[in-house]
Ligand binder design. Structure first.
Ligand SMILES: [Zn+2]
Length: 361
């Protein structure tokens, strides 16, 4: 029980029998206040069974540490509160609300149990869930000031029927619903007074290379943000593009796309030759590969590695840079490339790419 947080019927019936209250009523109360959630697990043949996160030990490791071996990982998101901390009881309620949701499954897998580091998946303040099939993982961690959400995919993007980006955004939508339920429960409990109700916000952790200190992207709205637009944070005075990991949370690729739902062709590493050929024909200057990389969402360390590996070989650097983009950006399109080429100062090359490859209506 203390390992997995799962309470089975024979156990609670025996323990609570002497209390003078019907054990089933106690469980009903716990479920009502979202302290326990009925779940289905492979752990025990006893039914019903309940998930009770409050009885578990606390996680004391690095909140950013997750099971290794993932192929894709979205930048962490924080659910913050106007009070500056997670309201008491909120996390436990949220974890149980999520566990009750039919889309999610508690993940007890002791992945990589061989590694000495935290191999357990479930703690009082940190819970692993799986979603979809093949399953993607997501973790909720109570870091006191906020609830951190991490989403990871452990299979290659091209072997999964649903794009990782869609999964991330679906998880966020379902989490929002769960948060709403928790808030309703907690407000009800506090005599329905709205006065001290803490307002909740979703914040996107900034992945800029300026600082390792936790800070957020400024004034950003997942519904409205256009992925090719610039973003700001308090660490950097110069606006920048969203990184590939950050892009997972945002819907719109370009302003044009917001007006029509026409599917654009997604580029993969298989298109590398074609892209190089088109860039050559457009007279794109190879020396501008670094700038292009920045506007395609590559981050400084990646560009630095390319530069160090192929010093003074602009052509090769451009190739590596494009390959890196195609490998990481699951929504690489000709239009995105054209935008980045234009931003890098190659306006006529951008026009050429559009005329050749995009459906410019
Ligand atoms: Zn930043």
């Amino acid at each position: 029980m203390q390992n997995k947080g799962i309470l089975i019927q024979p156990l609670y019936q025996e323990v609570w029998q002497s209390s003078g209250i019907d054990p089933e009523e106690i469980i009903e109360l716990l479920v009502h206040f979202r302290l326990a959630a009925p779940v289905q697990t492979e752990l025990s043949r006893f039914k019903p069974q309940y998930f009770l996160p409050a009885v578990l030990p606390g996680y004391t490791g690095d909140p950013n540490e997750v099971h290794p071996g993932y192929e894709l990982r979205a930048s962490p998101v924080h659910i913050t509160f106007s009070t500056g901390y997670v309201p008491p009881g909120f996390f436990t309620c949220l974890a149980t609300a999520v566990a009750t949701n039919p889309n999610f499954e508690l993940s007890f897998d002791d992945y990589f149990a061989a590694s000495a580091i935290h191999s357990k998946s479930i703690y009082r303040n940190r819970v692993y869930f799986s979603y979809g099939c093949p399953s993607d993982n997501f973790v909720l961690t109570d870091i006191n000031e906020a609830i951190q959400v991490d989403v990871m995919r452990y299979v290659p993007e091209n072997s999964h029927p649903v794009p990782f980006k869609t999964v991330c955004q679906n998880i966020m939508k379902l989490l929002e619903e769960c948060c709403q339920k928790v808030e309703d429960t907690l407000t009800l409990y506090h005599n329905g007074s709205n006065a001290d109700r803490s307002s909740r916000r979703v914040q996107y952790m900034c992945q800029c290379s300026r600082s390792s200190e936790v800070h957020y992207i400024k004034n950003i709205d997942a519904e409205k943000q256009i992925c090719s637009e610039f973003v700001h944070c308090k660490m950097e005075s110069i606006p920048r593009r969203l990184t590939i990991n950050e892009l997972m949370w945002f819907k719109k690729i370009s302003a044009r796309e917001s007006n029509d739902d026409q599917q654009e062709v997604m580029l993969t590493i298989a298109n590398l030759v074609d892209i190089i050929r088109v860039l050559e024909k457009s007279n794109f200057q190879n020396q501008k590969w670094r700038k292009l990389g920045l506007y395609l969402g590559l981050i400084h360390p990646e560009l630095k590695t390319i530069e160090d590996n192929y010093p003074r070989d602009a052509e090769r650097c451009l190739e590596e840079c494009l390959a890196e983009w195609l490998k990481n950006d699951t929504e690489a399109t000709w239009e995105k490339l054209a935008i980045a080429v234009g931003e890098a100062g190659e306006k006529s090359a951008a026009t050429y790419i559009r005329s050749e490859k995009t459906f410019n209506r």
